[in-house]
Design a protein around this ligand. Structure first.
Ligand code: ADP
Ligand code: MG
Length: 691
C-alpha cells in the first residue's frame, strides 16, 4: 500500500495547472502518467541570459534588452506574423509573432512603453529580431527573467518552457519526507535531503549542476539504486524463506565426474560447490552461473542434476533453440545414462505417440532429466517431482517463461546460465536477486584466437586465404549480420555471400538462417559438425550457438555493427581445440575512433568480463549494450556508467539494512518503505524477477 504522504505525487498529471486533454497525453509520453514523473524530469541544459545592447546583439545568443516599443505592424494576411518595432538607443530590434498574437501583445505593451525583452537573437538581412520572445515584461518586473534557466526535454506541441513550468509545479507538490539515508553517509557524501536535492535538480546554476556527478544528482541516483537493491534483497529473502528439501552431494555425480575425460577446472569446482551448498541448505536456490562460451557451464549443471536424481528428484534443462537443446541432450544423455539416470529430449518437434510416451515417462518419474526448448513448459507437460530447473542463456527467456517451468515443481531450485558477460559493476543491478557464481577460467589446452580487423575492401584476400586453409581441412563460420529493416534483404545478402563463396571455394559451403524450418537447419548443422561442410554461412548468432570443436575460423561481416559482447561470444565458437584459430572482423571503413577502439579491445583480450567492462566505458549513454533487454532496469536518475560506484554502495547498504531490519519496521525502515513506494520498487515489482 502506498503511504498517504505520497498521494499528491501519484495524482494524475492532469491535476497540474494547465494540463488538460491536449497537454496530458504529450506530457504523459514525455514524463509519465503521474505528478511524480513530472517532478522527476531532468533538465538537460542551461540558458544563460546575457543583458545586452542591440548594437552588440549576438546572433544565436539568448539575450535580454531594455527597449521602448515604437510601432506595431499588423500582418497583411494571416500567414504572416505581427512585427513589433522596438528601440534601445543603440539600434532597432524587431519582435516577431506568428499566429495572430499581436493584438493581445499590443494591449499589454502599448507604443511608448519601456520593456525588458529576452529571447534568442536572430538576424534577418540587416534587421535584428527575436521571434516569440521568451519574456516581454515591464522593466520593474526584471525579477521574472531568470539569468540562468534550465532547459527541459520537450516534444512536439509541448515546448521546453512549458515543461519547465509544469516540472516546477510538480516540484512544489513534493512533500518533505523523513530521511531514509544513513545520516553519517549523507554527511560524508555532502548530500542534501531528498527534497532539497530534487529542488536543486530543477534549479541548476552551472553546467556542473547538470552532470551525473553533481551532488544532488548522485543523491537522487543513490536513492533510486537503494530502493531497487532493497526490493531485490527482499525478493531474494522471500525465495529463501521457501523451504526446499535438502539435496546432498551424491555418489552418482562423483562417478559421473570421474568418468569425464577431463578434470573440472578450479572455477568449475567452485561453482559446483556453490550450487551444492544451495541445494543442501534447505532453502530454494536462485543462482546464476556466469561464464564465457566454452567455459564449461553445462558440465557443472549436469553434475548438479545427478545430485538431484540421486535424491529422487527430476531436473529440466531449457535451451532457447532447438539446435542448442539437441546439442545439450547429446552431451548429457550418455554420461547420465551411464550412471543409470534416464534423460529425454523434448522439443516442439515431438508429436503424437512418441511425445505422449515421453510425457508419460516424465509424469511417472521414470525419467529424471528433461532437456528441451519452450516445449518443456507446455501445460500438458507434467513432472513427477521437478526439483531443479536449469535455464541456458537465461536472458533469452522472459520472466513468465521461466516461472512457468519452475511452477511445474514445488519450491523448484533455479540455476540460470549466461554466457553474456556483464560487467561486474552492473551484475548487482541486473541480477541482484540472484546469487552469482562466475566461471572465470577456461578449460586448459585452448589456444587464444588470433583476431584481426580487416576492411571489407580486402574481402577477396580473405576469401583467398580461406580457400587455402579450407583445403587443408579447416572449417569456418561466416557470419552475415542482420542489418537491414527487412529480413528478406538480409537473407538475400547471406544467400549471395554463400553463392559467392561456393564459387570461390567449392561446393562445401552451407547456409543456415533463422527462417529455415527446424529439420532443415539441423541437417545443415549436422553436415557442418560432421565435417561434410567446410564453411557455414549464418545470418544470426542463434544458429551458431553450437559446439563444433573442429571449426577454427570465424569471419564476421560488418563487425562494427555488433556489440562487443556478441562479437566475443561469436569468437568463442572457435579456438576450442589445440589447433590455431583465427577470427576475422570485416568492417565497413571508415571506422569511427570509438569503433576502432572497440575492435582493438577484442584483439587485445579474451576475457569476456573485461571486454564487457571496456565496452560499457566506451559506449557511454543510451542503451548500447541492450541492457534493458537483458533486464537492466529503466532508472530515472541512476546511470550505469557514471554511478557505478553508487551501485556497489547501494548493494552493500541494502544488505546491511535487511540483515538488521528484514521487515523494515524500524523508524528508518519506515522511511525506506516510503522511498521504495516513491520509486515503485516494491519487491513484487522488480523487473528482473527470477521467479
Ligand atoms: P559452456 O556451456 O560454458 O559454453 P560447455 O559446458 O558446453 O561450455 O563446454 C564446452 C566444451 O568444453 C565441451 O566440449 C566440454 O566437454 C568441454 N569442457 C568442459 N569442461 C572442461 C574441462 N574442465 N576440461 C576440458 N574440457 C572441458
Ligand atoms: Mg553452453
Amino acid at each position: 500500500m502506498r503511504p498517504e504522504i505520497l498521494y499528491p505525487l501519484f495524482a494524475p498529471i492532469d491535476t497540474l495547472k494547465g494540463v488538460g486533454p491536449r497537454v496530458a497525453p504529450l506530457l504523459s509520453k514525455l514524463a509519465g502518467p503521474v505528478v511524480r514523473d513530472v517532478a522527476f524530469l531532468t533538465p538537460h541544459s542551461l540558458i544563460h541570459r546575457q543583458p545586452a545592447r542591440v548594437e552588440a546583439a549576438v546572433e544565436g545568443a539568448v539575450q535580454t534588452f531594455v527597449v521602448t516599443i515604437e510601432a506595431y505592424q499588423a500582418p497583411r494576411n494571416p500567414s504572416q506574423p505581427w512585427r513589433v518595432r522596438a528601440f534601445d538607443g543603440t539600434g532597432s530590434l524587431t519582435l516577431v509573432y506568428f499566429g495572430g498574437l499581436g493584438g493581445r501583445i499590443e494591449g499589454q505593451n502599448p507604443v511608448g512603453a519601456q520593456r525588458l525583452v529576452s529571447g534568442k537573437v536572430e538576424r534577418f538581412g540587416s534587421e535584428i529580431q527575436i521571434a516569440h520572445p521568451d519574456y516581454l515584461v515591464p522593466v520593474e518586473k526584471a525579477d521574472q527573467i531568470p539569468e540562468v534557466e534550465a532547459v527541459y526535454p520537450a516534444t512536439a506541441g509541448l515546448p521546453a518552457r512549458t515543461v519547465r513550468r509544469l516540472a516546477l509545479d510538480a516540484l512544489g507538490r513534493c512533500p518533505d519526507l523523513a530521511e531514509w539515508q544513513d545520516p553519517a553517509w549523507l554527511a560524508r557524501q555532502g548530500w542534501a535531503s531528498w527534497r532539497e536535492s530534487l529542488a536543486r535538480l530543477h534549479a541548476p546554476q552551472s553546467d556542473a549542476d547538470l552532470t551525473a556527478q553533481a551532488p544532488h544528482r548522485q543523491r537522487l541516483a543513490f536513492d533510486e539504486l537503494l530502493a531497487h537493491q532493497l526490493a531485490m534483497g527482499q525478493k531474494k529473502a522471500e525465495r529463501r524463506a521457501e523451504p526446499a528439501p535438502p539435496i546432498g552431494a551424491g555418489r552418482l555425480a562423483e562417478a559421473l565426474a570421474a568418468a569425464l575425460p577431463f578434470q573440472l577446472t578450479g572455477a568449475q569446482s567452485r561453482a559446483l560447490a556453490d550450487i551444492r551448498a544451495d541445494l543442501a541448505c534447505g532453502e530454494r536456490m536462485s543462482r546464476l552461473l556466469q561464464g564465457d562460451v566454452g567455459s564449461g557451464k553445462t558440465v557443472v549443471a549436469m553434475l548438479a542434476m545427478a545430485d538431484v536424481a540421486e535424491a529422487r528428484g527430476q531436473s529440466a534443462l531449457m535451451a532457447p533453440t532447438e539446435i542448442l537443446a539437441r546439442q545439450h541432450f547429446e552431451t548429457l544423455a550418455a554420461p547420465l545414462e551411464a550412471q543409470g539416470i534416464a534423460a529425454v529430449l523434448l522439443t516442439g518437434r515431438d508429436k503424437g505417440p512418441a511425445r505422449a510416451e515421453k510425457l508419460r515417462a516424465l509424469a511417472s518419474g521414470a525419467v529424471q532429466v528433461a532437456v528441451g526448448t519452450h516445449a518443456l513448459f507446455q501445460t500438458d507437460v507434467v513432472f513427477h517431482d521437478l526439483r531443479l530447473t536449469v535455464i541456458d542463456e537465461q536472458h533469452r527467456f522472459g520472466v513468465a517463461e521461466r516461472q512457468r517451468l519452475q511452477a511445474k515443481g514445488q519450491a523448484t531450485h533455479l540455476l540460470a546460465m549466461s554466457a553474456t558477460p556483464i560487467p561486474r559493476t552492473l551484475e548487482l543491478t541486473v541480477f541482484g536477486d540472484l546469487d552469482v557464481s562466475r566461471i572465470d577460467e577456461k578449460p586448459p589446452g585452448r589456444t587464444p584466437v588470433a583476431t584481426r580487423a580487416i576492411p571489407m575492401g580486402r574481402m577477396a584476400e580473405v576469401e583467398g586465404r580461406l580457400k587455402s586453409v579450407v583445403a587443408t581441412g579447416a572449417q569456418a563460420f561466416w557470419i552475415c549480420p542482420l542489418v537491414s529493416e527487412s529480413e528478406k534483404t538480409d537473407l538475400a545478402a547471406a544467400e549471395r555471400r554463400a553463392a559467392e563463396l561456393r564459387e570461390r571455394i567449392g561446393p562445401s559451403v552451407g547456409l543456415v538462417h533463422g527462417k529455415m524450418p527446424g529439420p532443415e537447419k539441423d541437417a545443415v548443422m549436422a553436415r557442418f559438425a560432421q565435417g561434410e561442410l567446410s564453411v557455414l554461412v549464418a545470418t544470426t548468432v542463434v544458429e551458431v550457438g553450437v559446439n563444433v570443436p573442429n571449426a577454427t575460423i570465424m569471419v564476421i561481416e560488418q563487425a562494427e555493427r555488433f556489440g562487443l559482447a556478441q562479437l566475443h561470444q561469436l569468437r568463442g565458437r572457435v579456438g576450442r581445440g589445440k589447433a590455431e584459430s583465427a577470427c576475422v572482423l570485416l568492417y565497413d571503413p571508415p571506422l569511427s575512433e570509438t569503433g576502432q577502439k572497440r575492435l582493438d579491445i577484442l584483439r587485445r583480450t579474451d576475457d569476456g568480463f573485461l571486454i564487457a567492462e571496456r565496452d560499457l566505458e566506451l559506449r557511454g549513454g543510451g542503451d548500447p549494450l541492450g541492457l534493458r533487454q537483458s533486464g537492466f532496469p529503466a532508472y530515472v536518475f541512476a546511470d550505469p556508467i557514471s554511478h557505478r560506484d553508487l551501485i556497489a554502495a547501494a548493494g552493500d547498504d541494502a544488505r546491511l539494512i535487511l540483515a538488521r531490519d528484514p521487515d523494515l519496521t524500524s523508524s528508518r525502515g519506515q522511511a525506506l518503505r516510503v522511498l521504495q513506494a516513491l520509486f515503485d520498487w516494491q519487491a513484487q515489482s522488480t523487473l528482473q524477477d527470477a521467479g
